[in-house]
Structures are given as C-alpha cells and as structure tokens.
Design a protein around this ligand. Structure first.
Ligand SMILES: Cc1cc2nc3c(=O)[nH]c(=O)nc-3n(C[C@H](O)[C@H](O)[C@H](O)COP(=O)(O)O)c2cc1C
Length: 216
C-alpha cells in the first residue's frame, strides 16, 4: 500500500469548516481551484452520469450581492438560534457563523457546486441518488483545498435566496445550487481533530440497537 496513513488520516480528521481563520486579504489562484475541482469530479456519481457543474465567483460586486442575500437569510436563522438553548460547542459555531456572515463580502472566492435539474417531490431513493451524485464531490473539494493550505466552509444559508443568486449569476432555473463554499487560505497549522462520538457507539451490528460497544 502506497498511502501515508498518518497524513491521509490527519487530512480526514482535521479538515474543518474555516471561517475566522480565513485570510480575507490573500487571493486564491483560479488555477488551483480548477485543479481541486478536477480532483473533486472523481467522486462517485449515480450511473456514472456527469450532471454536475461548478461556478467560481471572483467578481467583487457579485460576491458582495451574494453576501447581502446570504446575510439576509442568516440573520433570520441566527435569530431563531438565539431563542434556543445551546452548549459551549453550539455557542462557538454560532459565533463563528456570525463572523462569516458579517464578512462574507470579503471572502477571496466563492464556489457554488451545481447539479442539472431539480429534485422536488422525489422519492427518498431518487433524492438519495440525486444528492449522492453531487455532495461527495463537495467534500472532496474541501479536502483537496485543505491539503493545499486553502480553507473553505460548507454553507447553505444563501439557498433561501437561491432564485435571486441564480438570476445574478445567470444560472438557469432548471439547475440546482447545492451549497456555497467561501474559499480562502487559512491561517495557522494547528487543527484539532473534530469531536465526534466514537464509531462503536453510533454503529449497529446486524440489527438496529445492537451497538458495537454493547456487544464487546
Ligand atoms: C449541510 C451543511 C450546511 C451548512 N450550512 C452552513 C451555513 O450556511 N453557514 C455556516 O457558517 N456553516 C454551515 N455549515 C457548517 C457547519 O456549521 C459546521 O460543519 C460546523 O460548524 C462544525 O464545524 P467543523 O465541521 O469544522 O467541526 C454547514 C455544514 C453542512 C454539512
């Protein structure tokens, strides 16, 4: 096996959603993003049919208009969050999400992953096949960027204004925007391992409820 597991596991364990650590002043070369999209396009697709597109937004005016729409939706979401109880981790995410929203117009680049067609009123199998053919590539893009020193944050809040953003960017209304990634070089190298429950607690063996930890 020719993989350096220490390196690949570190990449997978420490790829974070970057907001406060994004360097807003350093441009990200378009060629590097295209190189990463080339890698991300290798993610699996149902029936191996290529129906995904990507839109890179570099123009400051367009970024600013998208940021305004993002912020409009984010404020509604944040206001709702403030009425709910949260723990320390939730507080940190809320604080960081607020920062990104306030500074969205300054991000060096935005990338919008797209899929041809819409998937409204579809069965769960159709939805699974549809989103499952586009979202793995988004995570691959985040990993490819991260290994080049570039951070990104998976966001969906602009989708409350998907039609307006679509109009702004000339995206046909038959095409779905699946999320939006602000992209920029990250500062510092110290990324902790993302906190998650252990596999043995969240994995069942042979039957729902038989967690791996309860059997050992
Ligand atoms: C489907 C999805 C939608 C998300 N939408 C947003 C968003 O609109 N804005 C935002 O700041 N973060 C968004 N996030 C990022 C999460 O808030 C993030 O994963 C969380 O802060 C944990 O960060 P970590 O993965 O770096 O530990 C989204 C993540 C996912 C997977």
């Amino acid at each position: 096996m020719d993989f350096d597991l220490e390196q690949t596991d570190r990449l997978l364990l420490t790829t974070k959603q970057i907001r406060k650590r994004m360097d807003m002043s350093r441009p990200v070369p378009r060629e590097t993003i295209l190189e990463c999209i080339d890698i991300a396009s290798r993610a699996p697709m149902g029936s191996n049919v290529e129906r995904n597109k990507w839109l890179i937004v570099e123009d400051p005016d367009r970024k600013s208009q998208i940021a305004d729409l993002y912020r409009k939706n984010a404020e509604v979401y944040f206001a709702l969050g403030r009425t709910m109880e949260t723990d320390a981790r939730g507080e940190r995410v809320a604080n960081s999400a607020q920062y990104l929203s306030d500074n969205m117009h300054n991000v060096p680049t935005m990338v919008i992953p797209l899929r041809l067609d819409r998937v409204e009123n579809a069965s769960s199998g159709e939805q699974s096949g549809w989103y499952g053919s586009v979202l793995p590539g988004v995570w691959s893009l985040q990993l490819a960027l991260r290994s080049r020193g570039i951070g990104s944050c998976w966001t969906t809040l602009h989708l409350g204004s998907e039609a307006e953003v679509g109009e702004l960017l000339g995206i046909p209304d038959t095409v779905t925007q699946v999320c939006m990634l602000p992209i920029g070089y990250y500062t510092g190298e110290s990324f902790s391992v993302t906190a998650r429950r252990p596999a043995a607690e969240i994995t069942f063996i042979d039957r729902w409820g038989n967690t791996a930890s309860s059997l050992s």
